[in-house]
Ligand binder design. Sequence first.
Ligand code: ZN
Length: 109
Amino acid sequence: MGRVDIEKYMHDHPICEACGAWVYPKKQPHHIVTRGAGGKDVPDNLLRLCHSCDSLFAHGLNGMLELVRKYPRNNRLREKVFNARPKLRDLWVLKIEGDIPFSHIDLPF
Ligand SMILES: [Zn+2]
């Protein structure tokens, strides 16, 4: 999928892509791979999240995985995070809490 206009993405995703809750209309979608790290404005790299889910997701990879675990039947959410794994691995030559290498993290898929 190609680059999308963020405003259009927000319009097309009026509810939280994780839990289905209402999202403040002006709230911008999250980039799974951040822009600073080369993440693009493409649908596969964007997630529109409510305040509650956003606060989890903001905790880096652990938060993302926690969100995926929290909504196990949300295939689209799982797919988006799953597809970003190779890039995330490259980025965070991954040192998360307690220096756990990415490959040793218990992925929920
Ligand atoms: Zn939510």
